[in-house]
Design a binder for this molecule. Structure first.
Ligand SMILES: CC(C)(COP(=O)(O)OP(=O)(O)OC[C@H]1O[C@@H](n2cnc3c(N)ncnc32)[C@H](O)[C@@H]1OP(=O)(O)O)[C@@H](O)C(=O)NCCC(=O)NCCS
Length: 191
C-alpha cells in the first residue's frame, strides 16, 4: 500500500477556488480529527456506525493506524481538517478483492465537489492496490451521500428494509452500493 501513498500530500482546487491538501491521517492529527467530527450535526452523527465525538474512539483510531487495512484520507483547508474519506480492506477471506469507502465532509465545506474528489481519489488508490470492486454502506435516508456515490458509478446492490438501527435504536433501511474497478491491465487488454 505504501507505494500508492507516494502521491500525497496532493493539492486539489475546489469550487470557489478553495485549495485543499489531501493526505493520510497521522497520529498527531488526533485533536484536530476529533474537532472535525464535532462539527458534524448530531442528526447526521446519530446515523454513523461509531461514536465519533468520544475522544477515546478517535484516540484509538489514531493509535492503530494501518493504511493497508484502513486508509483514512484527510482534506486540509484553512488550517483545519475539512473532510475524511476512508478505504477499508479485508486482507483475506471472501471479500479480499473488495474495498469499502466512506466519506464525511465538514458542513461548512459542502457543495464544492470535495466528496466527489475524495471518492474518486480512493477509487484510484483502490485500483492501484489491485482491488476489483468497491462497496459503500448507507442508511436509507443518507440521500446526499447515496447520490454522490451514484454519480461516481456506484449502484444499489442491496436494500434491506428496516434492517439496521441507528444510535437511538430507530430502524432504517440498510443500503449496500457497489461498483467494479477497471484496472490498468484490463484497460490495456481492451485495445
Ligand atoms: C454526503 C456528503 C459526503 C457530500 O459531501 P459534499 O462535499 O458536499 O459533496 P459534493 O460537493 O462532492 O457533491 C457530490 C454530489 O453529492 C450529491 N449531494 C451532495 N450534497 C447534496 C445534498 N445536500 N442533497 C442532495 N445531493 C447532494 C450531489 O449528487 C452532488 O453532485 P452535484 O454537485 O453534481 O449535484 C456530505 O453531505 C456529508 O458529509 N454528509 C454526512 C456524512 C454522510 O452521510 N456520509 C455517508 C456515509 S458513507
Amino acid at each position: 500500500m505504501d507505494d500508492y501513498l507516494e502521491r500525497y500530500p496532493k493539492t486539489v482546487t475546489l469550487k470557489g477556488n478553495l485549495e485543499a491538501t489531501l493526505r493520510p491521517l497521522v497520529a498527531a492529527d488526533e485533536k484536530a480529527f476529533h474537532e472535525f467530527f464535532c462539527t458534524v450535526p448530531e442528526t447526521e452523527r446519530l446515523l454513523f456506525k461509531h461514536r465519533v465525538t468520544e475522544p477515546e474512539v478517535i484516540h484509538d483510531w489514531c493509535q492503530r493506524i494501518d493504511y493497508g487495512k484502513i486508509l483514512p484520507l484527510l482534506a486540509i483547508a484553512d488550517g483545519k481538517i475539512v473532510a475524511d474519506a476512508s478505504l477499508h480492506q479485508q486482507l483475506g477471506g471472501w471479500k479480499r478483492h473488495i474495498g469499502r469507502i466512506s466519506v464525511v465532509v465538514h458542513p461548512g465545506y459542502r457543495g464544492r465537489g470535495l466528496a466527489r474528489k475524495m471518492i474518486q481519489e480512493l477509487i484510484d488508490v483502490a485500483s492501484d492496490a489491485g482491488l476489483e470492486k468497491l462497496e459503500a454502506e448507507f442508511l436509507g435516508n443518507q440521500q446526499a451521500a447515496r447520490l454522490a456515490f451514484a454519480e461516481l458509478g456506484f449502484s444499489d446492490l442491496l436494500v434491506l428494509p428496516d434492517y439496521v438501527k441507528d444510535m437511538q435504536a430507530l430502524a432504517h433501511d440498510y443500503v449496500l452500493m457497489g461498483r467494479h474497478i477497471i484496472t490498468d491491465e484490463e484497460y490495456a487488454g481492451m485495445g
